[in-house]
Design a binder for this molecule. Structure first.
Ligand code: BGC
Length: 745
């Protein structure tokens, strides 16, 4: 039944989509201009005002007077239709509202957090997840989501790393574009389409010390080479809106940063979408010490190129006077309103202001299935000694332990306003339901929640372990420990979780540790103590069934780390695409416990590393094992002297040399050996998921345009610098077959 409804909606949607005007057409531009010409300044400022209402009647009054252009955080479909009716039928010009919500990794059916989605290295499944989120959210009238967050995030202390696609520029660009396509569908005016919002523009992920909202100090070249490309990819993917960020970069808050909002976004990238502030980020420029008051903040924001203000109402309260005083031109206001009206026409809101998508799409079977597949592909096998996993028929009794084994709310992760714990399937429930008839299960939590320091239950968990053939221990982070404003200075497992793992290990029983978290944690000791380790960035509604099938071998893990795992917190930020120092570390460096007493000052060498942590991470970017074994051989370059218009054509033989069918994420990295400025030691340029049956081989090919090697060099121009390059094709950023080539003029 549900299946039928799902397809009916899609058909209805595409039918309605066909009957609407095309996106970005001159038809839309003339409608925008005609409407604009009828608007008073108050109505224009109303369109630029977005509210998150607490009081419906108060909101209704404002909407009736044309004082609101968009709302966020109303999700009751009756209320959404009611307020929209007031906008359309009772305001003077009948301009519909855009209803927004943070639909970040699913609406009702919750997908893995974006960091987990990035671990799939599968843009198709990410796009599908976003499409499903849009279908479900549109059934409550939501037509605008504040996603994707494509902030390159290299510091796990920053809680919002959960909401990003990790540390890599290219991966953020690919996954961000996939989400945008999914949310927006084939056409924005399909009633199941949601406008996407590329955020946070820009550099927010580089918050100093990983403390949220903190200042950033990113010079223009790094901004252009590392932080801006995912946003450019968002523009190219047709992203309908952009959001400014909370941080000040080099002293300029993003909400008033003309350089990024005008020079780059509008002039260089020719963006004709709409730009919204972050939540009260206009007014917060007073706290930054960048604006004297709300009026100054409003002026600086719109003059820098912001179109709509989220919640702090400085625009609507002040800009009429600012225009009268000549501090803001009418042209600036008109341009902002044009961008807003254009979006409303593109969304088809004038023709279809009310909800079309039926309620029954929520938690549709297909949605749950897609969420399960995404969760399966997001799980990373970090360790598997002596083939502890998958659990075989020899395993008769399994002890399920740990505070994350049955924590439906926590496994959904951050940014879940609408997902419901009642619909969430935990590992415990799934293992019982799916494998309960095949193995005996003993369940003993040990700890009540991830921060629990009460060790009284550990003895019982140990006792359960003693009675089992294998122990599976679920630890990690509650969802509140990551996400916005949830930064941490210490990345170790919270509470007594480490003690729990070590106590279980001391039983000598094979120990499988499953970690569900919002970021990469420092888990060296726990990995050491475990026989097998699975890492699952909060996996969402269907995390339980996905993990159950992985544990019992129905699904072979294929996720790869989208971030580098540090050994200890003080090592952060640590990321693979760093520049080289003049004194790179030697892998043989003497570490702290090996240094003799009264060692001579230079006896440990003068290299770039930490005496206690060394220089290598616990797990590199792009890392993840499989139950099977993949072998790479015979790397071939079609040509090793290329010009800027050529392609780097490279192939490698990949063999599934193990006993299980499996999927490998084949990764292509490039190093520009010498540049006009120092270049990263490696940069991910392409990847492919390759599925191979046990024993099967395939030739995997990449055709990388040489133009993809362009960067912003010493003279701040963008281009490929002729010279020598090295490429690697392999299983992670730390391994691979390599070949050299050069680019000639
Ligand atoms: C966040 C944004 C979010 C907005 C609206 C802000 O605090 O930084 O990412 O979209 O709130 O909820």
């Amino acid at each position: 039944m549900k299946k039928k409804v799902f397809y009916t909606v899609l058909l209805a949607a595409s039918f309605i989509g066909c009957s609407q005007p095309n996106n970005g057409s001159s038809d839309i531009e003339s409608k925008v201009d005609s409407l604009l010409s009828q608007m008073t300044i108050e109505e224009k400022l109303g369109q630029m005002n977005q509210l998150s209402p607490w009081d419906f009647d108060d909101l209704a009054k404002k909407v009736r007077k044309g004082e609101v252009g968009s709302i966020l955080n109303i999700v009751n479909p009756d209320e959404v239709n009611k307020i929209q009716k007031i906008a359309v039928e009772e305001s003077r010009l009948g301009i519909p509202l855009i209803v927004a919500r943070d639909v970040i990794h699913g609406y009702k059916t919750i997908f893995p957090i974006p960091l987990g989605q990035a671990a799939t290295f599968n843009p198709q499944i990410v796009e599908e997840g976003a499409r499903i989120a849009a279908i479900e959210a549109s059934s409550d009238g939501i037509r605008w989501t504040f996603s994707p967050m494509i902030d390159v995030a290299r510091d796990p202390r920053w809680g919002r790393i959960a909401e990003s696609c990790g540390e890599d520029t290219y991966l953020n660009a690919v996954m961000g574009a996939a989400m945008i396509k999914g949310y927006q569908g084939d056409s924005l005016n399909d009633p199941t389409a949601m406008a996407a919002c590329a955020k946070h523009f820009v550099a927010y992920g580089a918050a100093e010390g990983g403390r949220d909202y903190n200042s950033t100090f990113i010079p223009e070249r790094v901004l252009r080479n590392v932080y801006l490309p995912p946003f450019k990819a968002a523009v190219d993917a047709g992203c309908a809106t952009f959001m400014t960020s909370f941080n000040d970069n080099d002293g300029v808050p993003s909400t008033a940063n003309k350089f990024v909002l005008k020079d780059v976004l509008r002039d260089e990238w020719k963006y004709d979408g709409m730009v919204v502030t972050d939540w009260a980020s206009a007014l917060e420029m007073v706290n930054h010490g960048f604006c004297t008051d709300g009026k100054d903040a409003a002026e600086k924001s719109v003059n820098a190129g912001v179109d709509m203000e989220m919640v702090s109402e400085t625009f609507i309260k002040n800009l009429k006077q600012s225009v009268a005083e000549g501090k803001v031109s009418m042209e600036t206001i008109d341009n902002a309103v044009r961008n807003i009206l254009r979006l409303k026409f593109r969304l088809g809101l004038f023709e279809n202001p009310y909800i079309v998508t039926p309620q029954s799409v929520k938690y549709a079977e297909e949605h749950l299935l897609a969420a399960k597949t995404a969760a399966e592909q997001s799980v990373i096998l970090l360790k598997n000694d002596a083939q502890t996993l998958p659990l075989t028929d020899k395993v008769k009794t399994v002890a399920i332990v740990g505070p994350m084994a049955d924590a439906p709310y926590e496994q959904m992760g951050t940014w879940v306003f609408d997902g419901e714990r009642e619909h969430t399937q935990t590992p415990l429930k799934a293992i019982k339901d799916m494998y309960g008839d095949k193995v005996n299960l003993i369940f003993e939590l040990g700890l009540a929640y991830s921060r629990d320091k009460n060790v009284a239950g550990i003895a019982k968990a140990v006792n359960a372990a003693r009675r089992a053939d294998v122990v599976v221990c679920f630890v990690g982070e509650e969802s509140i420990l990551s996400g916005e404003a949830h930064s941490l200075a210490n990345l170790d497992l919270q509470g007594a979780q480490s003690q729990l793992i070590k106590s279980l290990a001391s039983t000598g029983k094979p120990l499988v540790t499953v970690i569900m978290a919002g970021r990469q944690l420092t888990i060296s000791d726990e990995v050491e103590a475990s026989d097998a380790v699975l890492y699952s960035f909060h996996p969402g509604t269907m995390g339980g069934p996905a993990i159950a099938d992985i544990l019992f071998g129905k699904v072979n893990p294929s996720g790869k780390t989208p971030v580098t795992f540090p050994r200890m917190s003080g090592q952060t930020p640590v990321y693979y695409a760093h520049n080289n120092t003049g004194r790179p570390a030697n892998p043989t460096e003497m570490l702290i416990d090996e240094i003799p007493v009264e060692a001579g000052q230079t006896s440990v060498g003068c290299r770039s590393f930490y005496l206690d942590a060394g220089n290598s991470p616990l797990f590199p970017f792009g890392y993840g094992l499989s139950y099977t074994r993949f072998e790479y051989s015979d790397l071939r370059l079609a040509a090793d002297k290329l010009t800027e218009v050529d392609k780097v054509n490279v192939s490698v033989n990949l063999k599934n040399a193990g006993n299980y069918d499996g999927t490998e994420v084949v990764q292509l990295y490039v190093q520009d050996k010498v540049g006009s400025v120092t270049r990263p030691v490696k940069e991910l340029k392409a990847f492919k998921r390759v599925e191979l049956k046990a024993g099967e081989s395939e030739t995997v090919t990449f055709s990388l345009p040489v133009s993809d090697l362009a960067f912003w060099g010493y003279d701040m121009t963008f281009g490929v610098e002729p010279g020598d390059f090295r490429l690697w094709v392999g299983t992670s950023s730390a391994e691979g077959l390599s070949a050299d080539f050069s680019v000639i003029k």
